[in-house]
Design a protein around this ligand. Structure first.
Ligand code: AMP
Ligand code: ZN
Length: 469
């Protein structure tokens, strides 16, 4: 199975060819641990997990590195705004180290709940300051860095290919560029490699460097850490689309200026999760976390299922209705798999027979075509409904392709037919009470809420009866 991927660098779909046969070096930009990840961030990590699973499914040995940003990420993607970690500390009264520890743990708990496989190495920026300083020194020796106003900057005019990834016109102004003009910069696109003169008070995370006591710019961490763990030339680098114009553009400039050669072969970017038609974002307060969804009665995997329904390069609109539909969809899938298993088929050991194999190869073809997960998922449904495929084949093919979907179909089982989750039992009881006091508007509202969750209500002489849709 050869996987075709859309490379942002060049904007075209290409067959993926690893640098070293059979192996893949994968770097994905990780979280800034100043707050909980929101479900938009998590969409990107789910996409990256699917990519990794698809590569592994294709027989490749993936070495995956993810950074944990615990210093240097300012509120703006450029060099403007306050350090996000300091902001988090100020707002909560904790130290930056406590903040980093707390949110890093919370982040991995979210990944685990979503069945996202952990990276081989999750490296903290603050553990790699020496690597960053060494890289900046290398840039300095080659004439790509300059000191101005106390900070060390990267001189974008010295790097010919600057903006290649984002298709920026390097002589013009950059689209979406920050508004604040930094008078210390020689060119508007230049960016900070090392801050020594912090404009912020209480900067507690500082280190000694050849340019004075200070702290690194945000972009340098990804260049330094990816090279440490994957070498100076590796296969795939990912992130969300918001990283194309600034963060990844600057990562490329630093890395390739330092080494004088191509750094990353393939760049993949996940599209946004939207909330009320705009990007879900922490900085403007327009965000939801996974634990809020869980508090609302969803399971983390319902959210994963929602994400599988949209291609990673399409925007996905988040809504309560979409979430409820995802829950119903996943529950039906789990139900169906559970029922097939009741037949007692030793599916895990079973080789997929011809009819199942046809569907399996169709699903594989979709996945290998730039991760066509929504189509593969639709094919899984078609197969499950197809009477000409044996139960054993259905199960075997479903479990096989679930290695990519990551829905945990082999382990998750449906709640027993005659059992209803507590939150729904409570809603039914509340509805009965509303009917008794003749509050039919409330009763109808509860009936609709239950229906949204796939629970259908019928009033009988013996009381309320429910079925799952
Ligand atoms: P951050 O913690 O802000 O550095 O973001 C972590 C990851 O989430 C990055 O890869 C971002 O590109 C991505 N991201 C941020 N907002 C969204 C969103 N609304 N939808 C999808 N991905 C996002
Ligand atoms: Zn990065």
């Amino acid at each position: 199975m050869t996987i075709q991927l859309f490379n942002t660098l060049g904007r075209r779909i290409e067959p993926f060819v690893p640098i070293i046969s059979g192996r893949v070096g994968l770097y994905t930009c990780g979280p800034t641990v100043w707050n909980y990840a929101h479900v938009g961030n998590l969409r990107t990590y789910i996409f990256e997990d699917i990519l990794k699973r698809a590569l592994e499914y294709a027989g490749l040995d993936v070495r995956h590195i993810m950074n944990i940003t615990d210093v240097g990420h300012l509120a703006g993607d450029g060099d403007d705004g306050e350090d996000k970690m300091i902001k988090g500390a100020r707002e909560t009264g904790r130290t930056v180290w406590e903040i980093a520890e707390h949110y890093t743990k919370a982040f991995f708990a979210d990944l685990d709940a979503l069945n996202i496989r952990r990276p081989n190495v999750a490296c903290r920026a603050t553990d790699h300051i020496d690597d960053m300083i060494a890289l900046i020194e290398r840039l300095d020796r080659k004439g790509f860095a300059y000191v101005s106003g106390g900070n060390v900057y990267f001189d974008t005019s010295k790097f010919d290919r600057y903006g290649e990834l984002a298709l920026l016109d390097r002589h013009g102004l950059r689209p979406g560029a920050r508004i604040a003009i930094d008078r210390n910069k020689r060119n508007p696109a230049d960016f900070v490699l090392w801050f020594t003169r912090s404009k912020f008070e209480h900067q507690v995370m500082v280190w000694d460097s050849p340019w004075g006591v200070g702290y690194p710019g945000w972009h340098i961490e990804c260049s330094a850490m990816s090279m440490r763990y994957l070498g100076e030339h590796f296969d795939i680098h990912c992130g969300g689309v918001d990283h194309i114009p600034v963060h990844h553009t600057n990562e490329i400039a630093q890395s390739e200026a330092a080494t004088g050669k191509r750094w990353v072969n393939v760049w993949l970017h996940g599209e946004y999760l939207l909330a009320e038609k705009r990007k879900m974002a922490k900085s403007d307060g327009n965000f939801l976390t996974l634990s809020v969804l869980v508090d609302r009665g969803y399971e983390a995997l319902d959210y994963r299922y929602l994400c599988l329904g949209a291609h990673y390069r399409s925007q996905l609109q988040f809504s309560d209705e979409a979430m409820a539909a995802a829950r119903v969809g996943r529950r039906k899938l789990v139900d169906r798999i559970s029922r097939l298993r009741e037949g007692g088929v030793a599916s895990d050991l079973h080789a997929v027979g011809e009819a199942g194999a046809r569907y399996l190869s169709e699903m594989e073809a979709y996945i290998s075509d730039d991760l066509g997960v929504p189509q593969a998922l639709a094919t899984l449904w078609t197969m499950l409904r197809d009477d000409s495929v044996s139960d054993a084949d259905k199960l075997a093919a479903a479990f096989r392709i679930d290695e990519v979907f990551g829905l945990d179909l082999a382990r998750t089982s449906a709640p027993a037919e005659n059992e209803l989750e507590k939150e729904y039992r409570d809603m039914i009881a509340e509805r009965e009470a509303a009917r008794e006091r003749k509050d039919y508007a409330r009763a109808d509202q509860l009936r609709e809420r239950l229906a949204e969750h796939g629970i259908m209500i019928e009033d009988t002489q013996e009381g309320t009866r429910w079925t799952r849709r």
